[in-house]
Design a protein around this ligand. Structure first.
Ligand SMILES: N[C@@H](CCC(=O)N[C@@H](CS)C(=O)NCC(=O)O)C(=O)O
Length: 203
């Protein structure tokens, strides 16, 4: 197989894992060819390199296949990390937030988003679990520090942002009415950021 001229990123525009990967690649100044994937009809070339077939998947110019969004973020930051996302605070704190999001919050977020598929609890109860697991702790932290691990943006802020965006988007009027002022400022800062807007442009 001829190596690609640019790294190739299999992506899905609205996928939160793909959003955090695209934001980090762009921040690091790594140009990639983005292939937008229809999740119901994944390209054979993607299945061939990554049978688990989730997006994002990055194929480097050396032919290496990176099929976890966090690994893509770390790979991009190894190329360039101009504002020090990896040095913003204790890396153990950043890792703790990311694990909280990926392992605990994400399943609760999915139950809230698709509450009809999980009738064992009401939508408000599902929401409340997600709120307690991560949203309230984030509000408490962001009241103390501008970003999740200190005064500077870290990898954790970028990694969590697309998931908090989804949580807010399920019922925006409800979210906006909650007493979560520091988190709302944090979220709105990301939503307004040119870095986010750029990676959401339709190809
Ligand atoms: N742990 C993976 C999770 C990626 C993931 O679950 N992506 C979803 C889309 S948001 C996906 O590709 N799901 C497969 C499918 O829907 O067929 C990562 O961090 O990259």
């Amino acid at each position: 197989m001829t190596p690609p001229a640019l790294p190739v990123l299999y992506s899905f525009r609205r996928c939160p894992y793909a959003i955090r990967a695209r934001m980090t690649l762009r921040y690091a100044g790594v140009a990639v060819e983005i292939i937008e994937v229809a999740l119901r009809q994944k390209p054979a070339a993607l299945l061939a390199v990554s049978p688990k077939a989730t997006v994002p998947v990055l194929i480097t110019v050396d032919g290496a296949v990176i099929d976890q969004s966090l690994d893509i973020m770390h790979w991009a930051l190894r190329q360039s990390d101009p504002d020090g996302w990896l040095d913003a605070g204790a890396s153990s704190e950043a890792d703790r937030w990311i694990a909280l999001n990926d392992d605990a919050f994400k399943p609760l977020l999915d139950r809230y988003k698709y509450a009809a598929r999980h009738p064992e609890l009401t939508p408000a109860e599902h929401r409340s679990r997600a709120l307690d697991a991560m949203i309230r702790p984030m509000q408490a932290q962001l009241q103390q520090t501008r970003w999740l691990v200190g005064p500077q943006i870290s990898i954790a802020d970028v990694a969590l942002f697309p998931f908090v965006r989804q949580f807010a988007g399920v019922d925006l009027p409800w979210f906006d009415a909650q007493p979560l002022p520091a988190l709302q400022v944090w979220l709105n800062t990301w939503l307004d950021a040119s870095l986010f807007k750029a990676v959401m442009q339709k190809q």
